[in-house]
Design a protein around this ligand. Sequence first.
Ligand code: GAP
Length: 498
Amino acid sequence: MEDIVGLCKRRGFIFQSSEIYGGYNGFYDYGPLGVELRNNIKQAWWRDFVQCRDDIEGLDSTIIMHPKIWKASGHVDGFSDPMVDCKESKLRYRADQLFFAPVSVDGETIGYVSVVECIDQQEVAEKAAAEMKRKMAKQGELDTIKLKEYTEAKPEQYELIPSPATGKPGSLTEPREFKLMFETKVGPLADDSAVAYLRPETAQGIFANYKNIVDTGRVKIPFGIAQIGKAFRNEITPRNFIFRSREFEQMEIEYFISPSADWKTLHREWIDTCTDWLVSIGLPREGISEDIHPGDKLAFYSQATTDLMFQFPHGEQELWGIACRSDYDLKQHQEHSGKSMTIFDETAKEKYVPHVIEPSLGVDRTLLAVLSAAYTEDEVPNDKGKVEKRILLKFSPKIAPVKAAIFPLLKNKPELVEVAKRLHKKLQRRWNVFYDASGAIGRRYRRQDEIGTPFGITIDFDTIEKDGTVTLRDRDTCEQRRVTEDELIKFLEEQIDG
Ligand code: GAP
């Protein structure tokens, strides 16, 4: 993760927000390359799920909506995380990400260990337990350490569990619910009637507009409404770079189906479609797995949820949530607004409130997954034939921020520069390409490898003196071949536009 964070800062992908004032926890800014990568991910999603499908329509609703929407959806009363404070260090933890276990030797409990969720939490806890046994000079066998969430701790254990910040027991509070929605005030009055919320998910904007879209008359069950947009959550512990932040972006679909449809099969189809899409933007299939939520861990609105998990640098974590939300949301809005949310099904000749399947994906999390999968270190020969270490990002050409770099072999040869600039201008009309004339050619290739530019195009003496062909270099293999301009454009079209 450190390597990725360092590269992102060094090459202008992602910066900590408000850095000149010491940074602002949970907020990130996207630099010139980051914004390109982000846009490419969003465009690929929009093209594949909205433009290339006849059954899904797009929407762009507001971030701040009528507060009654959040009352109806259940967020005002139920959208919270369990929080625990350390009274001594003043640090806060999510109780479901804080783990504890009794330490016992031959069945006798000698104390407790605690650990904040991490990839090697079991190992960390076992080490701490062994250390405790050593310090207390206890003879005998340590019993197996069985970690539990702090939410499962009994009241009499709060005083005994050490704070991960101080290592000492007695300073952790009992877990309490912490509301995740950001509040603001709308209008000139600053009283309670002006309270509104920044949306914590884009989904409710879709449910609130469902009637408008149905009434526009273009949709037939089953159909979906898709939206890409910002969401805000006052996360207790934003962490792991852009994985969990307080301002992020979601790409969500609400896919409306008949209440008598076989939702389990449709859910399965959506899980497969979403997995295939992740692979299409360059994630390795073997890095993606499924996590089926057990009944007691389902969100308050969910009938069934499967998360697509990805092997991030900090461990296997949720990337894409695919939930069956039944008719919960539409029925809630029907009741709270007094407006009918029924649709007439032309095929079945019946009227009903549809059920919904919701694939919900974070843009920032996808970007982190793409960066993690693309980050590679290898060794290649430099200009002088000496083998050197190189860092490269193996982005799929479809989402790479810069698609190709155009280099005149020498910057002081006007004939080379002129051809290179003309080709750059021509390609720039279709794709985000880069012109670079400075430094040795090997160093120029390396700079592009590090930002994941899949193709290098060099204009050399053969181009101007012989046949007009250019050298086309592949980022991953470093292989070079000569192609004509027509061949080059056809190749780039196939690779980038698919
Ligand atoms: N409408 C359903 C919903 O919002 P969720 O599981 O809370 O469900 C969906 O969020 C997706 O949004 C997650 O799978 C993740 O990709 C992304 N996401 C959620 N919270 C996030 C956060 N704090 N930072 C970055 N991405 C987040």
